[in-house]
Design a protein around this ligand. Structure first.
Ligand code: FE2
Length: 293
């Protein structure tokens, strides 16, 4: 059983929390984010979706546009706020079959630097205390996502480690996963492998090609994930799951009629080296900013 902690009055990582994190690779902090804050993020995201220009998106993702344009839309999203659709939201002819708010898979990846509401949320004291308490010397929020996990069409996410996508040397990435709505086994909550961060290293590296215009995945280690031991990480609204870059996790498709909104913030340690062939690159005009920014 993965222990759960009441974090409604969170004031720092306790020795019990540290022990649970070291042992399981994941920390479950219930009630850390208030229901009002979850609602505020949901409302702000609905406004952003409302003001989104679907024409630009359609030109990038139409069936006649090149895969290259689609790659660039993703590759340049590390310093932008961009909108990604669910695969099952399109019909065979490539037309959206749902209204936009019910067709989105996620929005990412720089809301924490470009939007006031999300920036304030990402830089809250509790998140800084989590990162510092779990050993980061200079926590730097790198990537954020708002994930919709739509009713009926919310896609599966296969077992992976976040350090595949956000690499530092040494490995020093923390993922903060916030339930904006209740996440259950019915609507596609996260699953994880307790202790899986200790059995084997980072399996794959997702890298940019030398010209920077595309990506590829390199296998680093063949050790399979021990998926027979995965457990559900159900999370009521306001719960924060914290996991390190090596923790194997996944989620199944959402076939229920309830959405499962979540917000994720990935924080690296500015004291570690961030290789230039990471997919997420920041241009000079938008450098990474710490919690005091
Ligand atoms: Fe992940």
């Amino acid at each position: 059983m993965i222990p759960r902690f009441d974090a409604s009055n969170f004031d720092g990582i306790t020795s019990e929390m540290q022990e649970a994190f070291d042992c399981n690779g994941v920390l479950v902090l219930d009630g850390l984010v208030s229901a009002e804050m979850c609602d505020r993020l949901k409302t702000r995201m609905a406004e952003m979706v409302d003001s989104f220009d679907t024409r630009e998106h359609r030109s990038v993702f139409s069936s006649t546009s090149e895969a290259h344009a689609q790659d660039l839309y993703f590759l340049e999203s590390g310093h932008e706020i961009r909108f990604f659709m669910e695969e099952e939201a399109f019909d065979k002819a490539g037309k959206l079959t749902k209204p936009l708010p019910l067709a989105l898979n996620k929005v990412g990846h720089a809301m924490h630097d470009l939007d006031d509401t999300f920036s304030r949320f990402a830089r809250q004291k509790a998140f800084r205390l989590i990162c510092e308490g779990l050993g980061q010397k200079k926590p730097l929020p790198l990537q954020s996502m708002y994930i919709f996990k739509q009713p009926h069409i919310g896609g599966e996410v296969v077992c992976h480690q976040d350090a595949t996508y956000l690499r530092t040397e040494p490995e020093a990435c923390l993922g903060l996963w916030v339930a904006i709505e209740d996440a259950t086994t019915e609507n596609g909550c996260l699953w994880g492998i307790p202790g899986g961060h200790k059995t084997g290293g980072v399996r794959e590296a997702f890298r940019r090609t030398p010209d920077g215009d595309a990506t590829f995945t390199e296998t680093l280690e063949e050790t399979p994930f021990d998926e027979d031991n995965k457990v559900p990480l159900e999370a009521p609204m306001g719960t924060v799951l914290v996991f390190g870059g090596k923790f194997p996790h996944m989620s199944s498709a959402n076939r229920s009629d309830k959405s499962r909104h979540a917000y994720t913030l990935h924080v690296i340690d500015g004291a570690a080296h961030y290789p230039a062939d990471n997919w997420l690159r920041r241009p000079d005009h938008l450098p990474l900013k710490g919690f005091d920014a």
